[in-house]
Design a protein. Structure first.
Length: 159
């Protein structure tokens, strides 16, 4: 139901997690300022300095994208279950754990790459911070869901 404020925050969760697929989690630049490595939710791109060819490594980095995708699905389910606020609160708690796992795994992979690839350490990208913004929106949405549930229970007591 789009007129409820928690729905807006849950849509923001889906939007932020979707945007995390587009932006890099971490980027390494060489001394000339050219990109040599880029870590995304689903892959690591390694750009050769000699000929500019791109090598894509997917295997361990795919887990960040899978967790982000599951988080988006749970948020959409949470929006659709607007009639059952208790289930919405449970899905919100599950979503918070999934977002924390997404953020943790992304930081782990970025830090592992910083330690394993010689260079200037690189820079964290916006894709790493978007799950944190989604977590904040999820917490706010859960507060409004709890507020609605308390309001409904207080009205039931009056009857």
């Amino acid at each position: 139901m789009l007129q409820r404020i928690q729905t807006i925050f849950l849509i923001l969760v889906v939007l932020f997690m979707g945007l995390s697929f587009l932006f890099p989690l971490w980027t390494l630049y060489n001394l000339d300022g050219e990109i040599t490595h880029q870590l995304f939710n689903l892959k690591l791109n390694t750009i050769s300095e000699r000929d500019g060819s791109v090598t894509v490594i997917q295997y361990p980095y795919l887990f960040v994208g899978i967790l982000a995708g599951i988080t988006m699905i749970v948020a959409i389910l949470e929006i659709s279950k607007f009639k059952n606020r208790l289930l919405q609160m449970k899905l919100g708690a599950l979503n918070a754990m999934l977002m924390a796992a997404t953020l943790g795994v992304g930081v782990y992979f970025a830090t592992d790459l910083i330690n394993s690839i010689p260079g200037n350490g690189g820079a964290y990208g916006p894709g790493l911070f978007l799950p944190g913004a989604a977590m904040i929106c999820n917490i706010i949405a859960n507060r409004f869901i709890r507020k609605d549930e308390r309001l409904v229970r207080s009205v039931d007591r009056i009857r």
